[in-house]
Write a protein of this length. Structure first.
Length: 177
């Protein structure tokens, strides 16, 4: 929904509701997913959950994950816990609900709960894949994994990154007339 990124949430709701009421078009999972994302980004989490529960595929793992992410952004720990538990039941082979819940607790500075969520993840037997980035240099892809300093030119890379970070900070903190 373009309304999502334009900040026109109420207009987006009118369009969504008119699909069925005015045009007789039953919303598909893609429509519901966009709606939940739009409401979640706007911080209208209760509305998002109400719409999600209204449709049979509204409780799809992608939709639940979107709502859980919105809970973290807007600091709704109570709803986040409930949604995370649903995700854990539906997505038994994924680490995502555990990581998202842990991040939600961390953003609320609930460090004991962060440790508990991590403990549950460890106890589930699931393994969280390390984050990584791919960078293309002269046609070759280089993979950088979090915490991996085994690259042959790591010192040079870290120096360049530090220089760029300082330059970026200098440019963003300077006043241009």
């Amino acid at each position: 929904m373009a309304c999502n990124h334009a900040g026109r949430v109420d207009e987006g709701l009118v369009v969504f509701d008119s699909m069925q009421e005015r045009y007789g078009i039953a919303p598909e999972i893609e429509h519901v997913s966009c709606l939940i994302d739009m409401l979640g980004r706007a911080g209208r989490l209760n509305e998002a959950e109400a719409y999600m529960r209204k449709y049979p595929y509204g409780e799809d793992t992608v939709v639940l994950g979107s709502l859980l992410s919105a809970c973290r952004v807007h600091g709704d720990v109570v709803m986040g816990e409930r949604i995370a538990k649903e995700l854990m039941k539906r997505e038994a082979v994924s680490t995502s609900p555990y990581v998202l819940l842990s991040n939600l607790y961390a953003s609320d500075e609930k460090w004991g709960s962060v440790a508990e969520a991590r403990k549950k993840l460890k106890g589930s037997g699931l393994k969280k894949e390390a984050g990584y980035s791919l960078v293309q240099v002269k046609g070759n892809f280089e993979k950088f994994t979090v915490g991996d300093f085994s690259q042959t030119r790591i010192d040079e890379m870290l120096h360049t990154l530090t220089t760029l970070a300082r330059l970026s900070f200098h440019l963003t903190s300077s006043v241009f007339l």
